[in-house]
Ligand binder design. Sequence first.
Ligand SMILES: CC(C)(COP(=O)(O)OP(=O)(O)OC[C@H]1O[C@@H](n2cnc3c(N)ncnc32)[C@H](O)[C@@H]1OP(=O)(O)O)[C@@H](O)C(=O)NCCC(=O)NCCS
Length: 171
Amino acid sequence: MLSIKLCSVPNRSLLEKSWRELTTDELYSILKLRTDVFFVEQRIDEEELDNRDQEPGTMHLWIADDAGTAAYLRVIVDDHPAHADARRLIGRVAVRKDRRGEGLARALIERVIAVHGDEALLLHAQEYVTSLYAEFGFEPFGNSYIEAGISHISMYRAGTASRSAESILPL
Ligand SMILES: CC(C)(COP(=O)(O)OP(=O)(O)OC[C@H]1O[C@@H](n2cnc3c(N)ncnc32)[C@H](O)[C@@H]1OP(=O)(O)O)[C@@H](O)C(=O)NCCC(=O)NCCS
């Protein structure tokens, strides 16, 4: 996948790379954000480095600023759908504390929908923030559960391809 610099206004550069395209500095900065947020802040005790980052299908998407990685998420691809027809899973959504509330997480999700929105998407949302994903058409399913000590709920978004097919089905 190509590295795309979508916009380069100060404090809002959105970048998208596969594992092999990441520089060591970029990788360091991404892992710093992920570990600062999930380890230090949220004290999640499950493994952060799960060997999915290196997979060829994994997309790393982030917003950089002068201080490093301000916001990040990744999209991984499962061999078989984990729920319904969804093989792509959004995860590790994290925004640096000093950049929260500016719409950075929203901008990252928007980009994922722009690139992969024709396909079904899945995520395991921390329950307190489901409204972020609901805004983009993700719907909760199943019961909430505790993952890494935090209450989560799975959310599914049908691909726009199947949505349009549904809309032209005869009544
Ligand atoms: C959750 C998180 C990613 C949100 O990032 P952000 O860039 O501040 O979010 P945005 O500014 O794009 O907010 C978009 C919407 O998400 C929802 N949202 C964001 N932060 C929220 C919070 N703390 N509580 C409830 N809803 C929240 C709101 O609906 C918000 O829309 P609004 O501002 O119009 O109310 C960030 O707070 C974070 O990194 N938290 C720690 C890690 C985490 O919980 N990750 C989510 C894993 S599912």
